[in-house]
Design a protein around this ligand. Structure first.
Ligand SMILES: [Ca+2]
Ligand SMILES: [Ca+2]
Length: 206
């Protein structure tokens, strides 16, 4: 299960306003931004497509409630395919402000050390579409279903050989998997260590 990294100020504020004692809470050093806890549901917050098998997906609970992950799954549609080639049914719970990290089983030990689970659903290489579902409801689509971009989507912000971070302005997933995908709209490419909520931020070869 992911460790909360972002909800401290928001939770503390609520607790103080309610006159509660918060001394038992463990302060968490983070770039806290309570606004990002206004998310409507789980969404994909980081995508790592590094060298070799250094691949990962991070999910972020930006809501104000603990999420039961057993209702959710990740699907991988490879090379423009319309049938999921890999599926990961999630398990456990995820606290508000926490992230859940899925890493490729053949990734480096450094990257795997950041994982909550390992899964072949991370067998992407830039031209594959990732779908987050709650039951059969599509919550978030990274890529475009049924479309193979050749090698990757995007240029400066691209889906191959980069780590992409969801922009802070995003509070919900992209539930439309049929429209054209430009990663620059909702994602930033980062060669630097990320300071928002992420635990992943693997820095791939550029
Ligand atoms: Ca592929
Ligand atoms: Ca879309």
């Amino acid at each position: 299960m992911g460790k909360p990294t972002q909800s401290f100020k928001a939770v503390t504020g609520l607790a103080l306003s309610a006159g509660l004692i918060v001394s038992s809470m463990t302060p968490i050093a983070a770039n806290v931004n309570a606004e990002t806890l206004n998310a409507s549901d789980l969404f994909i917050s980081e995508y790592v497509e590094g060298s070799s098998n250094n691949k990962a997906i991070e999910l972020f609970n930006g809501t104000n409630a603990t999420i039961d992950l057993s209702a959710y799954k990740i699907e991988l549609y490879s090379n423009g395919g319309t049938t999921a080639g890999n599926t990961l049914n999630l398990t456990g719970t995820l606290a508000p402000g926490a992230t859940y990290v899925i890493v490729n089983g053949s990734a480096s030990d450094t990257l795997k050390a950041k994982s909550d689970t390992v899964s072949a659903v991370t067998n992407f290489n830039g031209d594959d579409t990732i779908v987050l579902k709650k039951g059969d409801t599509v919550l978030d689509v990274f890529g475009q279903l049924g479309f193979d971009p050749g090698t990757k989507w995007g240029t400066t912000v691209a889906t191959a050989d980069q780590s992409l971070i969801r922009k802070d302005t995003v509070t919900k997933g992209d539930s439309d998997g049929s429209d054209a995908f430009d990663p620059a709209v909702e994602w930033s490419s980062t060669p630097q260590r990320h300071v928002r909520q992420s635990r992943v931020t693997y820095v791939p070869r550029r």
